[in-house]
Design a protein around this ligand. Structure first.
Ligand code: FES
Length: 118
């Protein structure tokens, strides 16, 4: 049976705080969350900011783009270009890593990130 988890929507920043086709980072407890404004696609995404390859807090500064026939949205870490799906968090460069992804919503000029309610 599927368990439904309640989501807390955390106000992260204003839309204008996030560069077009770029990202910013927010702190949430002990974690850092990267928020991406994929303006070429008019989409927003959020993932953990920590790149699992060499434990660098870097993904918010990564290059975002689209991959394959499905045009899967992705981010490439600026250090060694390991690339992750912004939908599933799966590593798209064949490594055994994955990253956490978060739902995002935009309302009244603000960006909200959904985290599991404690
Ligand atoms: S630290 Fe991100 S790819 Fe190496």
């Amino acid at each position: 049976m599927e368990t439904l988890t309640a989501i807390n929507w955390i106000p992260a920043c204003y839309i204008d705080d996030v560069p077009e086709n770029g990202g910013v980072c927010m702190k949430h407890g002990d974690e850092q969350i990267a928020i991406y404004n994929f303006s070429r696609r008019n989409e927003w995404y959020a993932t953990q900011n920590l790149c699992p390859h060499k434990q660098q807090m870097a993904l918010s500064r990564g290059m975002i783009g689209s991959s394959g026939e499905d045009c899967e949205p992705k981010v490439a870490c600026p250090f060694h270009k390991k690339t992750f799906s912004l939908l599933s968090g799966e590593c798209l460069t064949g490594d055994d890593f994955s990253i956490k992804t978060y739902p995002v919503k935009v309302a009244d000029g603000k960006v909200y990130v959904g985290v599991n309610a404690a």
